[in-house]
Design a protein around this ligand. Sequence first.
Ligand SMILES: [Zn+2]
Ligand SMILES: [Zn+2]
Length: 325
Amino acid sequence: MRAIVFDGVGSPLREARVPVPRPGPGEVLVRVETCGVCRTDLHLLDGEVPIASPPRILGHQIVGVALGGALEGERVGIPWLGWTCGECEYCRSGRENLCPRARFTGRDIDGGMAEYAVADERFCFPIPAGYPGVQAAPLMCAGVIGHRALRMCGDAHRIGLYGFGAAAHILVQVARWQGREVYAFTRPGDTAAQAFALELGAVWAGSSTQAPPELLHAAILLAPDGGTVPAALAALAPGGVAVCGGIHMSEIPPLAYELLWEERTLRSVANLTREDAREHLDIAPRVPVQTHVTEYPLERAGQALEDLRAGRFTGAAVLVVQTDR
Ligand SMILES: [Zn+2]
Ligand SMILES: [Zn+2]
């Protein structure tokens, strides 16, 4: 099969022909239709999130058709969380996202930048009817992680989104559907992303260095820039929460205590649980979430990632691997 292979930090992604993987017990072979590109892939590429044993096939927003097993013929999504131990204190308390033995798709397990992938059947999710593969792929990480971050905001009415990429463009639709107000913060000068946010229903859009017109009840930080943390805390009303949604962030500058005072909270969201995936895939068609996607053929995975790094598209990028369209 064709695959995009990561050899190590500093090496460009390489297109290769590799054997089709064989499913073991409890696993399923999936014919990959599409695979979303995520900022985490950039962190893997750059070594900010290490890959223990390359070569590795990246990609953790996989949509494809299950071949064999209990899911035979179903269109399924495969997310970042690929396996958990089921035995540790985290697994046993509904927090499998924190399992110290967890294995992640596209980091510890070969991912979806290939014509076929193998996944543990218990970590595959039926894709809601009506979502073509291209539109469904961003739900699997941008959507699900965003969903988890939004839950950490409780019943916050005014929510700031720092970094208006793939996750934010889904989050704004869900938050609005829930009756909340969204304030979108972009890189300074990114008027395309600001216009996009307003089009999707944000009540305000501006630069991450600006103060919003009203104090926020919560903020979700999706940009990998630690400098947004003090800005987001400064935009919070007393009792507000700032949730860091990315797997990696540059260093957070020193914080004046007054930014945290009055019961403001600063926290992160790590990975996902299977419950998060089920909840998000249940809500998405009811909103209904419409993803805005820039498509790339599989062999242009490296270009898709560089375009993500440079902010050359709005919404999400998806690799089209094999489709019947
Ligand atoms: Zn991701
Ligand atoms: Zn565990």
